[in-house]
Design a protein. Structure first.
Length: 426
C-alpha cells in the first residue's frame, strides 16, 4: 500500500507563506500540515510515499493543450513561447514556458509561469525529499465527469475547467486547429466578483451544454442558446483527493513545470545515505595518504640536499682548486683523465686489449707502435704486414669483437708492407 503526497504552495495573492502538505491514502487524507520556509518535510514513519503531486494555483499558471509545430523537440520548445505570446499578460522574458510530451492527437500540454513565482515555489519545495514530483494546475485535478464545463467554489476563489482539460480524454480527443486551441480556455481560478464576466465569456466561446457546478454559484451569467443546458449541482470535491487519484501516466503527460530535477524517480539522498560513513572513511584515508606523501616528499628532498652537499664537499676535498659547476660531470671527466680515456670515446686499456686479441688471430702482423688520442678515444697503430690482404683479415677479426678498424694507408718496403690504421669503438 502506497501513499501520495500532495503539496499546495500559496498563490501570489495570498498572505500565506508556508507550503501546505497532505498525505492521501485510499481516497482519504491521513496526515497534513504546513511546511515553513527552510524546514524539512518529515511525514509520519508509517507513511510510504510513492510520489508527490504539486497543486499549483490555477490563477498563477497559464495552461493550453495545442499542436506545437517543429521538426524536432528543440524546434518545438523554441516555437512554443511565440505561439502564446499574444495570450499572456506578461512579456516572454518574464515567464517560463514548459512543454509536455506529444499525445496521440498530435497535441501537447503547455504551461507558462512567472519566473519569479516559479523560483519561489522551487525554494519552498527544497525541503521535500520525495521523488518523483509532478506538478499541475490545481484546476486540472478537478474531475469534470464528462461535463463541458465544471465550476466549483473553494472559499475565496472559484475554480473552473473545460472539457479540454480532462486528462483522461486528452490523447483521444479529435485534433483541433491551432487557433481554436489557443483561444479556448482550459482551466483557471478567479475571485468570486469575477464570476459573472468570466462565465459570460466562457459561455459565448464554448456554448456548454452540460455543466457541473457547486450549489452556491449562479448560472444566470452563462450565455443561453437555443439548445437546452443541463446543469448538475454537486458539492465541490477535495482537490487533494482528486489529484491523488490521477494515474502516473496522466501525470507524466504534463509538462515538467518545476524542472527535470524534480521529475527524477531516484532519491539520490536516500541512495547515498548508507554510504556516508564509507565516504567519510575514504576522505579521511585520502587526506592521510596525501599528508604522508607530503612528509615523504619533504624527507626525500632533505636527503637529496644533504647528498648533494656531501658530494660537493668530497669533490672540493679532491680538487680544491676546481670551481664547482656540475659535480657528477666534473667527476666523470676527472675519472676519464686518470684512466686515460675521454667522454667522447673509449679508454686506452679497452682499446689496447681489443688490439692485442685482434693481432693474435692474424699471423705475420707485427705491431711496431701504438699512439692513444685521448680527445678522440682511439688508437693510432703502425704495423708491418706480410701482404696487403692482412688488413682485411684484421678488420674481420675486429668486427667479430665489435671494434672498428679504419685503414690509414699501406706501402711496400724492403721488410714487408708498412701500414697505418686506427682502432676505436663504434
Amino acid at each position: 500500500m502506497t501513499d501520495v503526497l500532495i503539496l499546495q504552495p500559496p498563490r501570489a495573492s495570498a498572505e500565506q507563506t508556508g507550503l501546505g502538505w497532505s498525505v492521501v491514502r485510499l481516497g482519504a487524507v491521513i496526515a497534513e500540515g504546513v511546511l515553513s520556509p527552510g524546514d524539512m518535510l518529515e511525514p509520519p514513519q508509517t507513511v510510504q510515499i510513492d510520489h508527490a503531486v504539486v497543486l499549483l494555483p490555477a490563477e498563477d499558471v497559464f495552461v493550453r493543450r495545442l499542436p506545437v509545430p517543429g521538426q524536432s523537440e528543440r524546434d518545438a520548445r523554441r516555437a512554443a513561447p511565440f505561439l502564446i505570446e499574444d495570450h499572456l499578460a506578461q512579456s516572454l522574458e518574464d515567464v517560463q514556458v514548459a512543454l509536455g510530451p506529444v499525445g496521440a492527437d498530435g497535441a501537447r500540454w503547455l504551461t507558462a509561469v512567472d519566473r519569479t513565482r516559479l523560483k519561489a515555489w522551487r525554494e519552498m519545495l527544497a525541503g521535500v525529499l520525495v521523488k518523483p514530483v509532478y506538478a499541475l494546475s490545481d484546476a486540472l485535478a478537478l474531475e469534470g465527469q464528462d461535463a463541458d464545463l465544471a465550476v466549483m467554489s473553494y472559499g475565496d476563489r472559484i475554480v473552473f475547467k473545460t472539457r479540454t482539460g480532462d486528462l483522461a480524454e486528452a490523447g483521444s480527443a479529435p485534433a483541433r486547429d491551432l487557433d481554436a486551441a489557443l483561444s479556448d480556455p482550459v482551466c483557471g481560478a478567479i475571485e468570486p466578483h469575477l464570476l459573472t464576466p468570466v462565465l459570460s465569456g466562457v459561455g459565448h466561446r464554448l456554448a456548454p451544454r452540460r455543466i457541473l457546478i457547486s450549489p452556491d454559484l449562479d448560472l444566470s451569467a452563462l450565455a443561453q442558446g437555443e439548445a437546452a443546458v443541463s446543469a448538475t449541482r454537486i458539492a465541490a470535491p477535495d482537490l487533494r483527493l482528486e489529484a491523488a487519484a490521477l494515474t502516473v501516466s496522466h501525470l507524466e503527460s504534463l509538462p515538467r513545470v518545476l524542472g527535470d530535477e524534480f521529475a527524477t524517480s531516484l532519491d539520490w539522498a536516500g541512495l547515498l545515505k548508507p554510504w556516508r560513513w564509507a565516504a567519510g572513511l575514504a576522505l579521511t584515508a585520502l587526506i592521510s595518504a596525501t599528508a604522508l606523501m607530503a612528509v615523504q616528499a619533504a624527507y626525500l628532498e632533505d636527503r637529496a640536499e644533504r647528498y648533494d652537499a656531501a658530494q660537493a664537499e668530497a669533490f672540493r676535498t679532491l680538487f680544491p682548486d676546481a670551481r664547482i659547476v656540475n659535480v657528477p660531470a666534473q667527476m666523470r671527466q676527472a675519472l676519464n683523465t686518470v684512466r686515460g680515456g675521454a667522454e667522447g670515446g673509449a679508454g686506452f686499456l679497452p682499446l689496447a686489449s681489443a688490439l692485442a686479441e685482434i693481432v693474435r688471430e692474424v699471423d705475420d702482423v707485427r705491431v711496431d707502435s701504438v699512439r692513444f688520442d685521448a680527445s678522440r678515444g682511439e688508437l693510432s697503430v703502425s704495423a708491418l704486414y706480410s701482404g696487403f690482404g692482412d688488413f682485411e683479415r684484421l678488420r674481420r677479426a675486429a668486427e667479430a669483437r665489435g671494434v672498428v678498424l679504419e685503414d690509414g694507408g699501406a706501402r711496400q718496403s724492403a721488410a714487408g708492407v708498412s701500414a697505418e690504421f686506427t682502432v676505436r669503438l663504434p
